[in-house]
Write a protein that binds this ligand. Sequence first.
Ligand SMILES: [Zn+2]
Ligand SMILES: [Zn+2]
Length: 84
Amino acid sequence: MVEGLTDYLKPRKCQSCYGAGYTPCPTCHGRGRLGGVFRGQQAQPCETCGSRGRVRCQPCQHTGLANYWLWQPSENGGWGARGQ
Ligand SMILES: [Zn+2]
Ligand SMILES: [Zn+2]
């Protein structure tokens, strides 16, 4: 009866990052740096991801949830059970 609605309201994993909230950096492909592949070539820190090798997932706004708008992060950082 309301089964569909209940499912709809459940937190759903983001299909882009599989719930991680991050996706591998498209510029450095998760390496965190650029170049350095050839001998004598200096590796440069990737500016896109700040050499972290990953970037915030855009579709889920970094929450890892496809329906993040139902599960807003709380104002004080840390969200979900850790909130308050
Ligand atoms: Zn995502
Ligand atoms: Zn990068």
